[in-house]
Design a binder for this molecule. Structure first.
Ligand SMILES: Cc1cc2nc3c(=O)[nH]c(=O)nc-3n(C[C@H](O)[C@H](O)[C@H](O)COP(=O)(O)OP(=O)(O)OC[C@H]3O[C@@H](n4cnc5c(N)ncnc54)[C@H](O)[C@@H]3O)c2cc1C
Length: 417
């Protein structure tokens, strides 16, 4: 389907970007700066025109932004996170570049950022632990955009708590391989994905396996209807006596939880970057509005109340971007669990995105509350960000869990539990 909306008015308005003027990027590698420039120009050309429709259409398989997904694949964006041996760009700082990719996509569409986060960081990164044969079959087509990936840990009764005793998706190993039964919930990309990297119990431990979503016994439910991120499709996946060869194990049997947690740590850097992307977009749209809307014969920007509010937000965006870049650089330096920075970055950036979205709607007044103004079809980005940002405080480790991770770094696990 065509992702773009017929009406020009339904596109995102272009406003001045303030990041290049206010954020002096002295510490990010040149390689990453080049990626930011490349992705930004791609996003300006391809994401911006499609973003409004992606963020406002009802969730359905038909409304998945396939055309944009293909353009991202053709532009090689899915190759950014990966080493050259599997067809990736072979960057020196792949995690940092990937986080920047997510920020630049979220600037226009948090749905698109989430689709890419799950496809590349969750499904793709988990497959970096897989055998060369599995990588050839699943990772290489993922990089090319020929197969869409999903990643499943959450179940109806287990998510924040991934204890093996709570999980209800079981893999039982026999002579002919695994037989899997169970159910996963809220799985991003599931309605359109070709495979899932699945966390399941396996003889009292946990194992990650790759399962084709068209395998006999697998059923994907209809897309969930959500508060925001409409372009990001989620659904339940049901497993009913699904047969999977042992060769589909990612890493080794019993190491599934470690792989999942490492993958989610990388993911939370991506979600932090998406929070920065949304906060930066809110900032740019708000500065534009404050400079152009008048009350009491003055520009809104002339009221000190809003000057101070934007001064605070500019400082917080600076901090949030520095934090996710630092966490990503630590990951690129070889630390698979760059804590506490990854947890700090995720909590701080997503809370900022949420609080600033609330200010953003306030700055736009009644216009900020409109999905579309009937009189002239106008609409404002802050409305969409207000709906989209909430989930970033919840998925890939809730913000309470991020604080627990930070508290553990302070007090130790023996105190925090
Ligand atoms: C749009 C969307 C996309 C998603 N995509 C995926 C996906 O692709 N793959 C996947 O596996 N999952 C996915 N999820 C699931 C998501 O990661 C979970 O919703 C999230 O981890 C929270 O789990 P829960 O919803 O079961 O909440 P619960 O675990 O029930 O938590 C409820 C509340 O209790 C709090 N809480 C729990 N434990 C503690 C504690 N010890 N101390 C203080 N507070 C605590 C939590 O922070 C939270 O606020 C997605 C969810 C959504 C909504």
């Amino acid at each position: 389907m065509n992702d773009s909306h017929d009406s020009l008015s339904a596109r995102q308005t272009a406003v001045e970007r303030h990041q290049p003027r206010l954020y002096h990027d002295l510490t990010t590698p040149h390689e990453t700066l080049a990626i930011r420039e490349e992705v930004r120009s791609f996003a300006d050309e391809h994401v911006r025109p499609a973003a409004w429709a992606i963020g406002h259409r009802e969730e359905s398989v038909e409304n998945f932004p396939r055309e944009l997904f293909k353009k991202m694949a053709d532009a090689g964006l899915f190759r950014i996170p990966f080493p050259a041996e599997v067809g990736g760009r072979g960057l020196k700082h792949p995690a940092t570049a990937t986080a920047v990719l997510i920020e630049e996509l979220a600037y226009y569409s948090n749905s698109v950022a989430a689709i890419v986060d799950v496809h590349c960081i969750l499904a793709g990164h988990a497959l970096e632990h897989a055998s060369p044969e599995l990588q050839k079959c699943y990772l290489e087509p993922l990089l090319a955009g020929e197969r869409i990936g999903s990643f499943a840990t959450t179940e109806p009764e287990a998510s924040t708590d991934l204890d093996v005793k709570v999980m209800q998706t079981h893999a039982v190993c026999g002579d002919a391989g695994f037989v899997i039964n169970g159910r996963k919930r809220f799985i991003t990309n599931a309605p359109v994905a070709n495979f899932v990297v699945l966390l399941c119990t396996d003889e009292g431990r946990m194992t990650e396996v790759v399962v084709d979503l068209d395998a006999p016994g697998v059923r994907v439910g209809p897309p969930d209807r959500k508060l925001g991120n409409q372009g990001q499709l989620t659904a339940d996946i049901y497993f009913d006596n699904v047969r999977v060869p042992v060769s589909n194990v990612v890493g080794v049997r019993g190491a599934g939880l470690k792989i999942a947690l490492q993958t989610l740590t990388y993911g939370r850097i991506g979600i932090a970057a998406s929070g920065v992307g949304m906060a930066q977009a809110t900032f740019d749209h708000c500065v534009d509005r404050l400079n152009n809307r008048k009350a009491f014969g003055k520009k809104l920007a002339q009221f000190q109340h809003w000057q101070f509010k934007l001064a605070e937000r500019a400082t917080e965006i600076e901090n949030a971007r520095n934090l996710y870049l630092k966490a990503a650089l630590r990951m690129d330096a070889g630390d698979a669990f760059p804590e506490p920075e990854a947890a700090m970055a995720k909590w701080y950036a997503t809370q900022l995105a949420g609080e600033f979205a609330r200010d953003g709607v306030q700055i736009f007044g009644g216009y900020g509350f409109m999905r579309e103004l009937a009189a002239d079809d106008s609409h404002y980005r802050v409305e969409e960000i207000y709906r989209d940002c909430k989930i970033s405080e919840i998925y890939e480790g809730t913000n309470e869990i991020q604080k627990l991770v930070i508290a553990r770094a302070i007090f130790g696990k023996e105190v925090t539990g």
